[in-house]
Design a protein around this ligand. Structure first.
Ligand SMILES: Nc1ncnc2c1ncn2[C@@H]1O[C@H](COP(=O)(O)OP(=O)(O)OP(=O)(O)O)[C@@H](O)[C@H]1O
Length: 200
């Protein structure tokens, strides 16, 4: 899901996740419209809001273990090590990138049909980002889907099967990556082309 600042990506993602309640319309996920049933099928970590700064990573994990029956502690341990996160660190001690790594680890430690990642890599350094992007497909079942929102596409373009472009709070385009690759040099070029007229 691509779009510039303020396009409406986070809002749409929070609506899909059942976190934002103020909307008109119907959200259907795999045939389910009921919020509780939808929520049971998806994994989304809403920016760690609700946890105090003095909470340790381990406290957050304990909360996830209690709340989500599909949270896999061993899977989280693997991901935590991959992200080089110390479970004793407090949220207040985490850099932006470390916080984002924790969100990714928590999100994929659950077993879900849909994983939602809202601008997941903005603060993560280039090397770690590359490693995460190369591994992300292995962290999900073959059948499950990942929805990633971002304002640039370059680094993740190889992963993408479908592109949804959000602009002015609406879905401007929804195409398969193959369709775009057939008609454009790259997904990057296609995406930039959508904004070219505006810059002139
Ligand atoms: N469908 C919508 N209808 C009305 N207002 C919306 C809609 N979607 C988003 N907004 C409003 O537009 C503003 C920006 O939305 P949002 O934070 O979702 O953008 P974003 O694409 O995630 O931006 P960024 O990339 O900067 O994080 C918010 O104030 C939000 O309430």
């Amino acid at each position: 899901m691509l779009g510039e600042n303020g396009a409406g990506k986070t809002t749409l993602m929070r609506i899909i996740a059942g976190v934002a309640k103020n909307y008109k319309g119907t959200i259907e996920l795999d045939g389910e419209t009921r919020e509780d049933r939808r929520k049971a099928k998806l994994s989304f970590t809403d920016g760690l809001t609700g946890f105090s700064d003095s909470s340790k990573i381990q406290d957050v994990v304990n909360f996830y273990i209690n709340i989500f029956s599909d949270f896999d502690e061993n899977e989280f341990e693997e991901l935590r090590k991959f992200m080089k996160l110390d479970p004793e660190m407090k949220l207040s001690q985490l850099s932006r990138g470390m916080r984002e790594k924790l969100i990714i680890a928590l999100t994929f430690a659950r077993k879900a049909d849909l994983y939602l990642l809202d601008e997941p890599f903005g603060g993560i350094d280039a090397m770690a980002r590359k490693k995460i992007i190369n591994s992300i497909i292995m962290w999900k079942d073959e059948k499950s889907t990942i929805l990633i929102s971002d304002h640039f596409v370059n680094e993740i373009s190889a992963l993408l099967d479908e592109i949804v472009v959000v602009k002015d709070n609406t879905i401007l385009e929804h195409k398969t990556a193959d369709e775009i690759r057939e008609n454009h040099k790259s997904i990057d070029e296609y995406y930039e082309g959508l904004y070219e007229d505006e810059d002139e």
